[in-house]
Design a protein around this ligand. Structure first.
Ligand code: NAD
Length: 338
């Protein structure tokens, strides 16, 4: 199939491009590079053995998007493009509404206009009320505590509306837990701008010597070692789930919302120790105050994805740390080095 991948130069989208190409799909990337380097496209091409067709367009640019849909006959869209940093969303709520919700509305309009009827959407565990449950199924209470999560919920609503109004339009919302790791080649990985707000890139930057020490936000939670417990998921497993979601849309012609996680909780200290083991590097840390809004533990019930998509996470914590380290040690400055 010919697939439009929005945000295809980003962390998760780039890995998805490689997996989709390996399954025989043709991908076209649209990205405004607000949070990615065009260098990523060269890396994807290195891995797939073919140049990447890509367009630098902001999704809110209706004219640019219409041109793209006129140039290509897409059979499906994978929609990764969004801003994703919780703290940033609290500082700039309107930008998150405009970029994430406005971008999705614009994309949906272009899809409708061009009669493209399959969509896989990057949603997030951030849509759930994190204070309500520890292991979260899709029917857990919703209620994002910040503009980023709210923007994802609004996108899910817009998508549901399009599915209700348009015969044959079907979408899979994938609610990711905590994607980590990198392509095993070390050519693709997570390259956050500035200080990382996610744990794994922070840990790898400390291990590689870019940052001195890791701050751990609280060690007095009601968890086995006192640090926060989350559900980390290898980005290659996550990328594979997108190809499986596409197969589901073709096969079943209906919409779906599914969690993606391993179903296993891992504490901050467990992750740090696993990273030290696989990298052979020390990761010195400081215990600092809890972060506002953080909960003790949150992990997925991923059984629906297993039942309906036939997908389950296969790569363990060792593989997540090993591949994150391989990426970081080959690219100490991220894509900027190349
Ligand atoms: N990484 C995570 O921890 C995580 C967790 C849950 C959900 N998600 C979701 O997964 C998706 C991908 O996340 P990621 O980690 O790869 O992020 P990322 O920032 O690495 O990738 C997003 C890409 O989208 C592009 N983009 C952003 N706004 C755009 C716009 N208006 N028009 C065109 N391109 C635009 C950026 O330049 C970037 O390349 C996002 O929707 C995010 O909300 C991510």
């Amino acid at each position: 199939m010919k697939i439009l991948v929005t945000g295809g130069a980003g962390y998760i989208g780039s890995h998805a491009c490689v997996v989709l190409a390996a399954r025989g799909h043709e991908v076209v990337v649209v990205d405004n590079h607000s949070n990615s380097s065009p260098q990523v496209l060269t890396r994807i091409a290195q891995l797939t053995g073919a140049p990447v067709v890509a367009s630098t367009v902001d999704l809110r640019d209706a004219v640019g998007l219409a041109r793209l849909f006129a140039e290509h006959r897409f059979e499906a869209v994978m929609h990764f493009a969004a801003l994703k940093v919780v703290a940033d969303s609290i500082a700039r709520p309107q930008e998150y509404e405009s970029n994430n919700v406005g971008g999705t509305a614009s994309l949906l309009a272009a899809m409708k206009q061009a009669s493209v009827s399959r969509l896989v959407f990057s949603s997030s565990a951030a849509v759930y009320d994190a204070t309500a449950s520890i292991q979260v199924g899709e029917d857990a209470p919703l209620g994002a505590g910040h503009p980023y999560g709210q923007s994802k919920l609004s996108c899910e609503h817009l998508i549901a509306q399009q599915a209700n109004e348009t015969a044959d339009f079907h979408a899979v919302n994938l609610r990711y837990f905590n994607p980590v790791g990198a392509h095993p080649s070390g050519l693709l990985g997570e390259d956050p701008h500035g200080t990382p707000t996610n744990l794994m890139p922070y840990v790898s930057q400390v291990a590689v010597g870019q940052r001195a020490r890791l701050p751990i936000f609280g060690d007095d939670y009601a968890t086995p070692d006192g640090t926060g417990v989350r559900d980390y998921l290898h980005v290659m497993d996550l990328a594979r789930a997108h190809a499986d979601a596409l197969d589901f849309l073709v096969r079943e012609r209906r919409s779906l919302t599914a969690n993606l996680g391993t179903g296993q909780g891992v504490s901050v200290l467990e992750l740090v120790q696993a990273f030290e083991r696989v990298s052979g590097r020390a990761v010195p840390y400081d215990i600092v105050a809890r972060r506002a809004g953080d909960v003790a533990a949150l992990y997925a019930d991923p059984s629906l994805a297993q039942r309906v998509l036939g997908w389950r996470a296969e790569l363990d914590l060792e593989a997540m740390c090993r591949d994150a380290w391989h990426w970081q040690s080959r690219n100490p400055q991220g894509y900027a080095t190349s």
